[in-house]
Design a binder for this molecule. Structure first.
Ligand code: PGA
Length: 250
């Protein structure tokens, strides 16, 4: 079980430090926690977290190792600033920055080359769901976003229906189960058939303290990627506790 916080472009610097300190005060082992931080926060928060088992991640990296890319950040820079993982292909980057699955795959290759794990986001829009294309869209994204030579142990997938992100509208448990089963069925194929161990697939999209336990009970759901609720320590801790409770049941 993995519970990851996607802080996006939040919160203000002082509040971020306080939030990280509160989160580090509790342990939810064996649940793994990741904070995807705004890049300027990586160094100060990794210093603040010290020996905490919480892992830090960047929210994007460039597909090149270095060069004339104003405003971008490289995988090596993230690693050297305390990140051990990077979030790639979030729907906000696909929509706001025109990122394609091919670009996501190139970024993933670069991240792995610099020793980072990768969490790749997939998800359909409301229009695609209403047109009955949700599964096809997500499987196509998966095939094109995961590089052929991706080491299985470095990969985490997050399924996040775009219409559920930040809206308070969660996908139904049936829909989550259908999509996660489809992704789990496809994963071994897009990793050259070498995926003997399971790649974790997380659900994201309005996960909160009330719905997490039921979502985490589903087959092929290995935790959550949490946006809004991750900015509240009590809510995020409660979601981590739900993951731990599911683990102790199994
Ligand atoms: P949300 O965001 O939990 O606020 O819906 C999830 C995400 O975008 O990763």
């Amino acid at each position: 079980m993995i519970v990851a916080a996607n802080w996006k472009m939040n919160p203000a610097f002082d509040a971020a430090g306080r939030l990280a300190t509160v989160l580090a005060a509790c342990s939810f082992k064996p649940v793994k926690r990741i904070l995807f931080l705004p890049h300027p926060y990586l160094v100060p928060i990794s210093e603040r977290l010290g020996q905490s088992e919480i892992r830090l991640g960047g929210q994007d990296c460039h597909q090149d190792a270095a060069g004339a890319h104003t405003g971008d950040v490289s995988a090596a820079m993230l690693r050297d600033c305390g990140a051990s993982i990077v979030l790639l292909g979030h729907s906000e980057r696909r929509a706001n920055h025109g990122e394609t699955s091919a670009l996501v795959a190139a970024k993933a290759r670069q991240a792995v080359a610099h020793g980072l794990d990768v969490m790749i986001c997939l998800g359909e829009t409301l229009g695609e769901r209403e047109a009955g294309k949700a599964e096809q869209v997500v499987i196509d994204q998966l095939r094109m976003s995961v590089p052929d030579d991706m080491p299985q142990h470095r990969l985490i997938i997050a399924y996040e229906p775009v219409w559920a992100i930040g809206t308070g509208e969660v996908a139904s448990l049936d829909d989550i189960a259908i999509m996660h089963n489809a992704i789990a069925g496809e994963l071994p194929k897009c990793q050259g058939g070498v995926a003997a161990a399971k790649t974790p697939v997380l659900y994201g999209g309005s996960v909160n303290a009330e719905n997490a336990f039921a979502i985490f009970a589903l087959d092929n759901v290995y935790g959550g990627l949490v946006g809004g609720a991750s900015l509240n320590a009590e809510a995020f801790d409660s979601i981590c506790d739900s993951a731990r409770a599911q683990l102790s049941k199994s």
